[in-house]
Design a protein around this ligand. Structure first.
Ligand SMILES: [Zn+2]
Length: 312
């Protein structure tokens, strides 16, 4: 059983990998808080150890100057992984957010880009059904945009997973015999949810959605997206968050106004990781509405996107 190998890796690394042992132990001390909106909630995690990732300098010069922590030769002493398929290894994340938290980098130092990798994500979701697989685009949350990687988190922790099953929230945009595409209403951030039991349809549908999104949101090598995927009850769920910016203006502000909000998949999925206590105390739904509003697809772009999704 592939999932057993992950648990073995996790246990082995907690014995032999000092940095991970220390940080997973510290995870026991993180504090949570819950914010309730009308039909959903947002969870906050105060986690000082995540300062490094939240504040990561991902400017091209900075990336070139640092040894890449996803390349095997620069990994900290004691870090070991298990091979996955031909192109990846699975490692535990030494800066965890979840009690089981894995990183799946490619074996080679190649840039974060989902093209030609989406099917690998589907394979991971199918092979590890206790986990949600996620992908941060190079300009929206990846702290190593120069080295391709997925991450894996245990299922049923990020509020998004439950929200995609909530009929009160769901607005179906497109219902076909073998798949549906929907969104969540009044959800602070824009999301497209693709559900199907037919795996063969997914690459084509994802390609079409990617193409539509790419016309209306910032798009360098690829449209700015956060992507999550899981497999349950014979069905795939793929969630796509189209973005308009990496960080809100408050991230760059000085003094009182500053907020360390630099969201990736986990934050978009309703679990906000907060490295500073003052931010953790300050968050409320109106503030999050402002912050998410600045970085999610903007209203006019979103209108165009859903109009086109409806014609699929
Ligand atoms: Zn690398």
């Amino acid at each position: 059983m592939k999932q057993d190998k992950l648990i073995q890796l996790h246990q082995q690394q907690l014995r032999n990998f000092e940095l991970a042992r220390k940080n997973f132990k510290a995870l026991g001390q993180v504090v949570y808080r819950k914010l309730s909106a009308l039909d959903f909630h947002i969870a906050l995690q105060y986690n000082p150890a995540r300062m490094i990732s939240t504040n990561a300098n991902v400017a091209p010069e900075a990336l070139k100057a640092r040894p890449c922590f996803l390349c095997k030769e620069h990994m900290p002493p004691g870090q070991e992984g298990i091979p996955y398929g031909e192109h990846y290894h699975i490692f535990i994340n030494p800066y965890p957010i979840f009690e089981k938290h894995f990183t799946v980098p490619s074996n080679t130092h190649s840039p974060q880009a989902i093209d030609n990798r989406f099917e690998d994500m589907l394979n991971l979701a199918f092979d590890f059904q206790d986990y949600t697989i996620f992908y941060n685009g190079p300009e929206c949350g990846a702290s190593a945009p120069d080295h391709f990687h997925f991450q894996m988190a245990p299922r049923h922790i990020m509020p998004l997973e439950e929200d995609t099953e909530n009929r009160q929230l769901t607005d179906t945009l497109c219902r076909k015999e073998f798949y549906t595409i929907s969104t969540l209403k009044e959800y602070l951030r824009k999301v497209l949810i693709l559900k199907t039991g037919e795996r063969r349809l997914l690459p084509g549908l994802f390609g079409q959605i990617r193409q539509i999104i790419g016309k209306y949101i910032p798009c360098q090598q690829e449209p700015m997206i956060n992507l999550l995927c899981w497999y349950a009850q014979d069905q795939w769920t793929v969630c796509i968050f189209p973005r308009s910016a990496r960080r809100p203006r408050q991230f760059y502000a000085e003094g009182e106004e500053k907020i360390m909000f630099s969201p990736g998949c986990v934050d978009m999925a309703g679990l906000i990781i907060t490295p500073r206590e003052e931010d953790f105390r300050r968050y409320n739904i109106p503030l999050l509405s402002d912050l998410f509003g600045q970085i999610t697809a903007q209203p006019s772009a979103w209108q165009e996107i859903i109009t086109q999704i409806k014609t699929l």
